[in-house]
Unconditional design. Structure first.
Length: 117
C-alpha cells in the first residue's frame, strides 16, 4: 500500500510561515489529485487544500485562501504546503492524502503545527 510521510511542522509565531512536505512511496495512486487536511484538538479532520495531478488546478478552504499555497513535484512523489500569515487557529496536525480522501483511507502520522499568538 501507499506510505505517506509528512514533515516540516513545528512552532511558529502568528504572522510567520512554515513549509510542509509530504513524501509518498509504495503503491501510490498514479495520476491522482493530492490534498492537505488538518485536525485540531477536539475537532474533525477538515480539508485544507488540493492540487490536480498536473498542478494546473488548486483548491483551498476559505479559511486558508490567500495565505496557503499547495504545490507538487511528481518526479519526487512529493506534495508541499507553503503556509504564510499563520494564525493561532491554524494549529492542528496536518496530513496529506489523495483527494478526495475518506476516514477509512490509510493516513500517515501527520505533522504538528502550533501557532502562538
Amino acid at each position: 500500500q501507499v506510505q505517506l510521510v509528512e514533515s516540516g511542522g513545528g512552532l511558529a509565531q502568528a504572522g510567520g510561515s512554515l513549509r510542509l512536505s509530504c513524501a509518498a512511496s509504495g503503491r501510490t495512486w498514479g495520476r491522482h489529485s493530492m490534498g492537505w487536511y488538518r485536525q485540531a484538538p477536539g475537532k474533525e479532520r477538515e480539508f485544507v487544500a488540493a492540487i490536480s495531478w498536473a498542478g494546473g488546478s488548486t483548491y483551498y478552504a476559505d479559511s486558508v485562501k490567500g495565505r496557503f499555497i499547495i504545490s507538487r513535484e511528481n518526479a519526487k512523489n512529493t506534495v508541499y504546503l507553503q503556509m504564510n500569515s499563520l494564525k493561532p487557529e491554524d494549529t492542528a496536525v496536518y496530513y496529506c492524502n489523495k483527494h478526495p480522501a475518506t476516514k477509512t483511507d490509510y493516513w500517515g502520522q501527520g505533522t504538528q503545527v502550533t501557532v502562538s499568538s
